[in-house]
Structures are given as structure tokens and as C-alpha cells.
Design a binder for this molecule. Structure first.
Ligand SMILES: [Zn+2]
Length: 420
């Protein structure tokens, strides 16, 4: 068993936390922004220092590769993203990049023999927080292998036209041209040149901390669906119109949300999660009764059968009258549970067991680049404990010790894949 360096990992965490430092403990590092480019330059500098070869593909993904003993062997890649959400933390995404770098640095430092070339990779625009959607660039690169219902959201031409959430004018395509990181399509991750992908990520939930475990070996990304509810009422004056005669679309929506919670909770699945995180109210004026309200519901569980039960409850809301308002329910999208490669999952479990660290098997509730990569080549993930389960916010934190343990497990799992 080989071990990564706590000291070197801590130094990377401190250094990368400066790129996009928002001044109160977290970062804002939009993809291909000057801050992201600083992170990319640091990645390149540190990887070139250990003799890795740098390549950049046409959608700004960066690859740093240490050659192996067999020049014809396919590469084993470790990857995550360098971008963040607005006022995000110092770990989401970049921890996977730093872990990949740490593995390469340990291999170089300890002169660990390996047959396959080992690659540390930065995925561009995973968050999609400036140019939506999320997982944009893994969607582009993995496009040919994705299920039809997913791939239609990631057409290259459409992605290049994705408009900035900040100014409503700038596009991802323009940012790519400006960045100096539009490389060559021939370098894209593909099954001809790559054998396997590993991704370390923060857990973004409290399960590991509650169980007292530092690392999660991830078996799948949970299936999910997203439906949109629409309520149609009538706008009248807030001061003049009697309560019994109103058709208040917001009141109807709130009744429905309460109904959904009651009915879905009755199913009794403790690991089922569902969320209404967005609501639109028209005309959204304090003197008007709302005439149109719509909201979404996002539901996630590993088991298709459980999702079907929730879907039946969701669909049952349509057609009924809610506070005198008509209700429509429309499917936005869904995805089946994505199971990671069993062999790689096995190497991670073996490596975790050999280290003596505290670990467990986990499902992923969030989407990650590895989920799309898994359609292209065998892939898997490791999660590192998140303090209080926080992510996408400035208090997001993982201890340097836990981060180093995650990298160590990945290193040993990668070496098992190298030998296989
Ligand atoms: Zn992430």
C-alpha cells in the first residue's frame, strides 16, 4: 500500500483556495474566468514539475499524463472540475483535481512502477453556474454514448450558444475562444485511448460524518425525475375581492406542496429525497391575487420502483381542483440510476479496506462528470466526508486528513486497475 502526502495535499488546498477567493472563506470561480485560468496555470505548473505531459482538448479540458512502462497501454484518468458556483466552497470539484494531482505526484515522488499512463484531468464547466447546463462539457465529450433523452440537452452547437447568467449576452463559445484553452479535439477523452476513470469528490451530504467515516466508495448515481406543476387561477384585487370567491394560484400551489409532502412521506422510504426549490408566481405583485404559479419537484432514489410510486402521487395531482384552480403536471426530464463499473468499484473497496481508514459504500444523490464518463468507459467515484454535509456554499469543508485519505485510496485503486 502506498500513501499520499498530507503536507503536499494541505499545500494544494491552501493554494487553490486563493483562486477566486471571495474574501469570506469560499470562492467564486466560474469556468474559464481569470480565476479559473489561474487554477489551470497552477495545475499545469505543478504537473510539468513532475514531468507530466499537458494536453488540452477543443472544449478546454486539460490532461496531464505521466507515461507508463507500456507505450501502447491505454491511459487511466483521474478527473474532476475546477469551476465553482457563485460563493461556493474550496472543495467541490477542485478536490478531485487536487487528488488526481496528488496521486501523480506520489507516483513520481516514490517512483511507483505502473504499466498504463496515468492522467490527471480538469473537466471544463461542470457546475454550469455561469453558462448552463451543469455537466455541460462532459455532456459534449460523452455525447455519442449518452441515452437519447439526455444527449439532446448537450448538442455542441447549442452549448456554444449558452448565454451567461450574469450579463445575458456573453456565450460559452465566446468564453472558450477568449480563454486561450481551446485546444485540439483529438485529445478528448475516448475509449480508444482511455481504460478507466476515477473521480474523487466531496460527499455534499452528512452521511459519512454521521457514521464517523472519512471516505465513501460510491456504487451508483441515483435515478431521478423532474416534473413541473402549473396552477391556473384568476387575478383580482387584493383589497376588494372576497376570500370565498377567489381562485388563488399560489394558495393552490402551497396546498399541493403540503399534499405532496404528506403523501410521499407516507411511503416511508428513509433514503428517498424530493425537493421543490423553484417557484414562479405571476403577476408577483403585493396587491394582486396570483393567477398563475408553477413549481418543480425533483425526486431521487436508487430504485426505479420507488420512483414510480412517487410519480403516481405526482400525476394524481393533475386534473383535481386546488383552491378553485386548475392544475397541470408536466414531465421535464428523468434519468435512470447509473451504476459504476463493478471492477473499479471492487478495487476501491479493496484499497479502502487495506488502508485501515474508516469507509463505507454510498450512493451519489448528485450528478457528476464520472456519471457521463461511465457511458464511455468504466468509471467510478470516491466521496470524502463533508463537514455538516455542506456544499455549494462557503462553509463547505473537508479536513486535509480526510482529503489525503481519499487520494490514498484512489492511488491504490488505480494501481490495482493498472495491474489488471
Ligand atoms: Zn462538483
Amino acid at each position: 500500500m502506498y500513501e499520499c502526502s498530507l503536507e503536499r495535499m494541505t499545500d494544494k488546498i491552501t493554494t487553490f483556495s486563493k483562486f477566486g477567493d471571495a474574501g469570506h472563506g469560499g470562492i467564486t470561480r466560474y469556468t474559464l474566468s481569470p480565476e479559473d485560468i489561474e487554477a489551470r496555470q497552477e495545475f499545469q505548473k505543478r504537473m510539468e514539475a513532475i514531468g507530466a505531459i499537458i494536453e488540452v482538448d477543443d472544449v478546454a479540458n486539460m490532461y496531464a499524463t505521466l507515461p507508463g512502462s507500456d507505450p501502447n497501454a491505454k491511459r487511466i484518468v483521474m478527473a474532476s472540475h475546477s469551476d465553482s458556483v457563485m460563493n461556493g466552497g474550496n472543495y467541490d470539484g477542485i478536490l478531485g483535481v487536487m487528488s488526481a494531482m496528488e496521486v501523480l505526484e506520489t507516483v513520481a515522488d516514490q517512483k511507483i512502477e505502473h504499466k498504463h499512463p496515468l492522467t490527471a484531468m480538469i473537466w471544463t464547466n461542470e457546475e454550469g453556474s455561469l453558462y448552463p447546463p451543469a455537466m455541460m462539457v462532459s455532456g459534449i465529450v460523452c455525447y455519442d454514448y449518452l441515452p437519447d433523452a439526455i444527449k439532446e440537452k448537450f448538442k455542441y452547437e447549442d452549448m456554444m450558444k449558452s448565454v451567461s447568467m450574469v450579463d445575458g449576452e456573453d456565450t460559452f463559445g465566446a468564453a472558450l475562444e477568449r480563454s486561450g484553452y481551446k485546444g485540439d479535439k483529438k485529445y478528448r477523452l475516448c475509449p480508444d485511448n482511455y481504460k478507466a476513470m476515477f473521480e474523487v469528490h466531496i460527499e455534499q451530504g452528512p452521511i459519512l460524518e454521521d457514521a464517523g467515516n472519512s471516505v465513501g466508495v460510491v456504487d451508483c448515481v441515483k435515478g431521478m425525475f423532474n416534473y413541473r406543476f402549473h396552477f391556473y387561477g384568476q387575478t383580482v384585487h387584493a383589497g376588494t375581492f372576497p376570500m370565498p370567491k377567489r381562485q388563488d394560484a399560489l394558495f393552490a400551489a402551497s396546498q399541493t406542496i403540503c399534499y405532496l409532502h404528506e403523501e410521499i412521506d407516507k411511503l416511508g422510504y428513509s433514503d428517498l429525497v424530493y425537493t421543490t426549490g423553484e417557484i414562479v408566481c405571476h403577476p408577483n405583485i403585493h396587491t394582486c391575487v396570483p393567477d398563475h404559479v408553477d413549481f418543480c419537484i425533483d425526486v431521487r432514489h436508487e430504485d426505479h420502483g420507488v420512483l414510480d410510486q412517487v410519480l403516481a402521487i405526482v400525476k394524481s395531482c393533475a386534473g383535481k381542483e386546488w383552491a378553485g384552480c386548475r392544475c397541470e403536471v408536466k414531465k421535464m426530464w428523468n434519468r435512470d440510476t447509473v451504476y459504476f463499473d463493478e471492477e473499479l468499484f471492487g478495487y476501491c473497496k479493496e484499497a479502502a479496506a487495506e488502508t485501515g481508514y474508516k469507509w463505507q459504500v454510498l450512493h451519489s444523490g448528485a450528478g457528476h462528470d464520472a456519471q457521463f464518463a461511465n457511458y464511455v468507459l468504466p468509471s467510478t467515484m470516491l466521496f470524502v466526508q463533508s463537514k455538516d454535509g455542506f456544499s455549494h456554499c462557503e462553509p463547505e469543508y473537508s479536513t486535509p486528513e480526510h482529503c489525503t485519505e481519499g487520494a490514498t485510496i484512489m492511488l491504490n485503486a488505480v494501481l490495482k486497475a493498472d495491474k489488471a
